[in-house]
Design a protein around this ligand. Structure first.
Ligand SMILES: [Zn+2]
Length: 340
């Protein structure tokens, strides 16, 4: 079996219903391997898993995003080897369930940068559970909860049957601010279809405009315009548009600067770019310091030839990001830029 294994990262704050969702999914997706990360030396959370027909691996003794990051690669490797030898039931996909406070970026980093793993696995998407009733309070009390929601490809809103219409409205409003383009799916009593999590990240080839979803983001507040209102919070989601083709080296240098000095603040970035001298659009995609290699699309999806970036950042002024890209990519251009 040489096909790559799609990997779903399942995150969500403590008590947001991750394990319930996982239980329901596994009943309908028997060919799934699960890697569960538990804080304690003696894992207990996995006992909440009702039924696993596929392989289950436990990462215990700490959080895999910060304390035992090195344990993920050997765990995935062992699963793969055991499956190859027939020691484990076959599996076609893998779900990594993180601890409640985990940051997805180090886990994605392992999947992308460990060459052996990267050749055999591909990130299928980040799916994050959010409690419809307590979600907003958790966002206020724990910044990690906000970060998780901001970095998701898809959001699963749990316990909606317990939420009043006002509470629902409140949580949806918060999510729209943290992560405007991620689809929000409703989970009632843990009931969720496999389609809800499969292919969460989508593919740019299937629809570049939809993949980028720049129209879901508000344009960055720029030079001299009114500062962002105080209630905008620490996480900002915004888009940047450049009408003139951009200098390739300039874009690379600007993003390198961002990653080198502000990778903790850079939660997600996607872009479709019109680069000087290129007929075809170039696509970029990054999660914190993990930048996927740029790819070129076959053709522009429509008449619009502007370059568009979408960013989700924390504790970072959007004007800073805009100015950086602006200065690096357009400095040499006579007449100046028009970004909006
Ligand atoms: Zn951690």
């Amino acid at each position: 079996m040489n096909t790559t294994i799609p990997v779903t990262l399942l995150t969500g704050f403590l008590g947001s219903g991750k394990t319930t969702v996982l239980n329901r999914l596994l009943k309908r997706m028997p060919l799934t391997a699960v890697v569960m990360n538990e804080f304690g030396e003696v894992g207990l959370d996995h006992q909440l898993l009702e039924e696993t027909r596929g392989p289950l691996a436990l990462l215990s003794g700490g959080c895999v995003c910060c304390q035992i990051q090195g344990a993920l690669a050997p765990t995935l490797k062992n699963l793969w080897m055991a499956r190859d030898k027939g020691d484990l039931p076959p599996y076609e996909r893998l779900i990594i369930e993180t601890t409640g406070i985990a940051d997805p970026a180090p886990i994605i980093d392992t999947l992308v940068s460990e060459r052996w793993l990267a050749a055999r696995h591909k990130l299928d998407g980040i799916v994050t559970t959010v409690d419809a009733v307590f979600g907003p309070d958790q966002f206020d009390a724990h910044f990690e909860a906000q970060r998780q929601a901001a970095m998701a490809d898809r959001l699963l809103l749990t316990k909606t049957d317990l939420a009043t219409p006002e509470a629902l409205e409140r949580v949806l409003e918060r999510l729209a601010g943290l992560n405007p383009a991620a689809p929000v799916l409703t989970v009632t009593q843990g009931e969720v279809a496999p389609e809800a999590i499969l292919g969460a990240a989508g593919t740019v080839e299937a629809g570049p405009r939809r993949w980028l979803a720049a129209n879901r983001y508000r344009p960055a507040r720029l030079f001299g315009s009114a500062p962002a209102p105080d209630h905008a919070g620490r996480i900002r989601a915004f888009s940047l548009t450049f009408d003139e083709p951009l200098d390739r080296e300039g874009v690379a240098a600007a993003l390198e600067m961002l990653v080198a000095f502000r990778s903790k603040n850079l939660l997600r970035m996607k872009a479709i770019l019109n680069l000087i001298g290129e007929d075809r659009p170039t696509v970029l995609h990054g999660v914190q310091h993990v930048m996927y290699p740029p790819t070129q699309l076959e053709a522009w999806p429509d008449e619009d030839r502007s370059s568009r970036f979408v960013f989700i950042v924390s504790d970072l002024e959007e004007e800073f990001v805009a100015r950086l890209l602006h200065d690096f990519t357009q400095a040499a251009r006579p007449g100046g830029p028009r970004s909006h």
